[in-house]
Design a protein around this ligand. Structure first.
Ligand code: DON
Length: 306
């Protein structure tokens, strides 16, 4: 498998550096556009990796499935579903214009910024520091990596420049969808996006979602299968934003991208995948990462749509 992943990276190397580094969070523009790595954790067989699979980058929106999971876990299915709906917006991840009428949960989903910010309020904790630490600790458990931490420079960079997210959060507040102080909620969201990760972490997390909530490497049940089903369904329809339809055609399994350049891929009953290359397409998804997933999907027949 390692040889095969090496081949995939070689064949997709022409796409590395195509697209642009995210620069609306200034610190992200310092990434090396030539990095390219992948890790696969299959249910049967050995963990496999290639390229810069050990390189650290910030998780960004690839934390959204975990925010959703924590909210489901801590507040239950119906509170989550009432606050944040499940329909694709067909709009960019930071769009404002979901609706001409008053904003309600039915207009948003957990994978866009507005939805993820709202769901931070449903994570257990007396304070937003506690909520964030709860999310971080669970993320560490799923990744099997107790050393995961935030990148302080990216966190500060996003907090200082994050006025679009601030506006989205105030919109939620204006429509009565969040009660807590906006800056506290945002602080938890910004920290969550700034968690440092690697392809290996993403693959391990994705593997749990692919295995009905059970850790593939230890066999331990990490959360109830119904939550994996919920998250995987939303990843399929909304995980790649307004690129989700095209991604379903080309790759064909649940996935979540982040503007740090990582993508977490969930192949139900088969494997978890983490891929990284920081240059992005116009929708905020890694260009080389999507090509690598497309090739992997073709070689192993991974599309859930057959
Ligand atoms: O809130 C933001 O804009 C970033 N922290 C995360 C956005 C993101 O990763 C979109 N994904 N492709």
């Amino acid at each position: 498998m390692n040889v095969l992943l090496d081949d995939i990276l070689k064949e997709c190397s022409q796409y590395v550096g195509q697209g642009k580094l995210a620069n609306y969070i200034p610190e992200l523009a310092n990434a090396d556009p030539n990095k390219f790595g992948i890790c696969v954790i299959p249910h049967e067989g050995e963990i496999a990796f290639a390229g810069d699979y050990y390189h650290h980058f910030t998780i960004q929106s690839a934390i959204k499935p975990l925010i959703l999971l924590m909210a489901l876990f801590d507040s239950g299915w119906s509170r989550v579903h009432d606050l944040v709906g499940v329909e694709a917006t067909g709009k960019p991840f930071d769009a404002f214009n979901y609706s001409d009428q008053a904003l309600t949960g039915a207009h948003i989903n957990p994978m866009i910024n507005t939805g993820a910010i709202a769901l931070c309020t449903l994570i257990k904790g007396e304070t937003y520091d506690e909520k964030f630490n709860h999310l971080l600790n669970f993320t560490r458990k799923l990744a099997g990596n107790p050393t995961m931490e935030i990148d302080e420079a990216v966190y500060r960079s996003e907090k200082i420049t994050g006025n679009k997210n601030r506006a989205l959060a105030y919109m939620l507040k204006a429509y009565g969808m969040i009660e807590d102080p906006v800056e506290d909620v945002l602080d938890c969201y910004f920290k969550a996006c700034s968690i440092l990760t690697t392809c290996t972490d993403l693959a391990r997390i994705a593997a749990v979602f692919s295995n009905q909530g059970k850790d593939v490497l230890t066999g331990k049940q990490m959360f109830e299968p119904k939550y994996a089903k919920y998250v995987n369904a939303i990843l399929t329809t909304c995980g790649m934003y307004d690129g989700s339809g095209e991604f379903a055609l080309r790759v064909g399994f649940p996935a979540k991208s982040g503007v740090g350049g990582g993508i977490l891929g969930v192949v139900p009953k088969r494997m978890g995948i983490g891929v990284y290359s920081p240059a992005l397409d116009k929708k905020g998804n890694s260009v080389a990462g999507i090509h690598a997933l497309e090739m992997l999907s073709r070689k192993f027949d991974l599309s859930i749509f057959l």
